[in-house]
Design a protein around this ligand. Structure first.
Ligand SMILES: C[S@@+](CC[C@H](N)C(=O)[O-])C[C@H]1O[C@@H](n2cnc3c(N)ncnc32)[C@H](O)[C@@H]1O
Length: 272
C-alpha cells in the first residue's frame, strides 16, 4: 500500500485502466469506487508480484456488472484468461454486456461448488463475496471449495467484511430493509477466519486492513456533496477519502477497516 493514498486517487484518473463510464450504484461515489478498486489492485501488486498465472479467477462479478470498482479487467499479470464468476446469472450477463469484446470472460457458478478441477487455479481474487452467505456453514463450505481448486503453488487474495468495525452491525441491519442494494451475511472475526483458512489446508501469509471511512456516513456525506456541487466536489471528496485512508497506519486500524484482506497459499510459509 503506498504511504500516500493520494497517489492511488491520482493513479485512478490515469490512462490504461479498463473502466466503463456507466454505473448502476447510486450509493457508491465514483471516487470511492476508484479507491476501492485501487486498494484491491494494490493487493495484487504487493502479494502476487512474482506470479505469472495462466488464469486469474475472481469470485463474484458485482463490481464488473455495476460499478466503477471493477478489479478483474485491470489485473495484468500476463495471464491467458481472466475469468469472473457469480451465482447470479443476471449479474454475469450484465458484466458480459459491459465488457463486450474485452479481456475478461464471465461464468455463472457458485463459490460453494465450483466447476474447476482440484489444484487448478493459480490466482483467485475474492473481493467481499464470501461475506454474503446467510450461514457460517456456507461460508466454511466456500472456503473449503476455494482451497480445493487453488493450485498448490498459487495464491488467493481474499477480502471480507470486518465485524469489529463499529458500523458493521448497524449496516447489517439497514441492509435487511427492502431498498437495500444487497444483503450482508455471516462474516467471521480475523482470528476465526485465520482458523477457518488453516482448517481448510490454507496458509495465511499476510493481512491488511482495507478502507477506513465509515461506510454509511460516507455514503450520506458524498451523496450530499454530489447533489450540491456535482463534479466540482471531486477535490473535497478526494481529500475526505484520503484523510480516512490515513487510519491504516494507526493502532486502531483493525477496528476502523471496512474489509479485512488476507493473502493465502497452500504451501508452508516461506522463510522470507
Ligand atoms: C452484493 S455483492 C458485493 C461484493 C462485491 N465484490 C463488492 O465488493 O462490491 C455480492 C456478490 O456476490 C455474489 N454471490 C453471492 N453468493 C455467491 C456464491 N455462492 N457464489 C458466487 N457469487 C456469489 C452475488 O451474486 C453478488 O454479485
Amino acid at each position: 500500500m503506498p504511504e500516500d493514498q493520494t497517489a492511488l486517487n491520482r493513479g485512478s484518473a490515469a490512462q490504461g485502466f479498463a473502466q466503463p463510464a456507466d454505473s448502476d450504484s447510486w450509493y457508491l461515489d465514483p471516487l470511492a469506487a476508484l479507491q476501492k478498486r485501487n486498494v484491491h489492485l494494490e493487493l495484487v501488486r504487493d502479494w502476487a508480484p512474482d506470479l505469472r498465472p495462466q488464469t486469474v479467477v475472481k469470485t463474484d462479478v458485482f463490481e464488473e456488472a455495476n460499478n466503477q470498482d471493477a478489479v478483474l479487467p485491470n489485473v495484468k499479470l500476463g495471464q491467458r484468461l481472466s475469468l469472473g464468476f457469480d451465482v447470479e446469472l443476471r449479474t454475469v450477463a450484465k458484466a458480459q454486456r459491459r465488457y463486450q469484446g474485452e479481456a475478461p470472460q464471465f461464468l455463472n457458478a457458485d463459490a460453494r461448488n465450483l466447476p474447476f478441477a482440484s489444484d487448478s487455479l493459480e490466482l483467485i481474487i475474492s473481493t467481499s463475496t464470501l461475506d454474503h452467505f446467510e450461514t457460517r456453514a456456507e461460508f466454511v463450505e466456500s472456503i473449503r471449495e476455494l482451497a480445493r481448486v487453488l493450485d498448490p503453488k498459487g495464491r488467493m487474495i481474499l477480502t471480507i467484511d470486518n465485524p469489529w468495525n463499529p458500523g458493521y452491525f448497524p449496516l447489517y441491519a439497514l441492509f435487511r430493509l427492502p431498498f437495500a442494494p444487497f444483503k450482508l451475511g455471516y462474516t467471521p472475526t480475523r482470528a476465526r477466519l485465520d482458523a477457518d483458512l488453516r482448517d481448510a489446508g490454507l496458509r495465511p501469509q499476510a493481512w491488511r486492513p482495507l478502507i477506513h471511512n465509515p461506510r454509511m456516513i460516507t455514503t450520506l456525506i458524498l451523496l450530499g456533496l454530489r447533489k450540491l456541487f456535482g463534479a466540482s466536489a471531486d477535490g473535497v471528496v478526494s481529500s475526505y477519502l484520503n484523510l480516512f485512508a490515513r487510519c491504516e497506519s494507526l493502532p486502531t486500524r483493525w477496528f476502523t477497516c471496512v474489509f479485512m484482506a488476507v493473502c493465502v497459499t497452500k504451501e508452508p510459509p516461506s522463510a522470507a
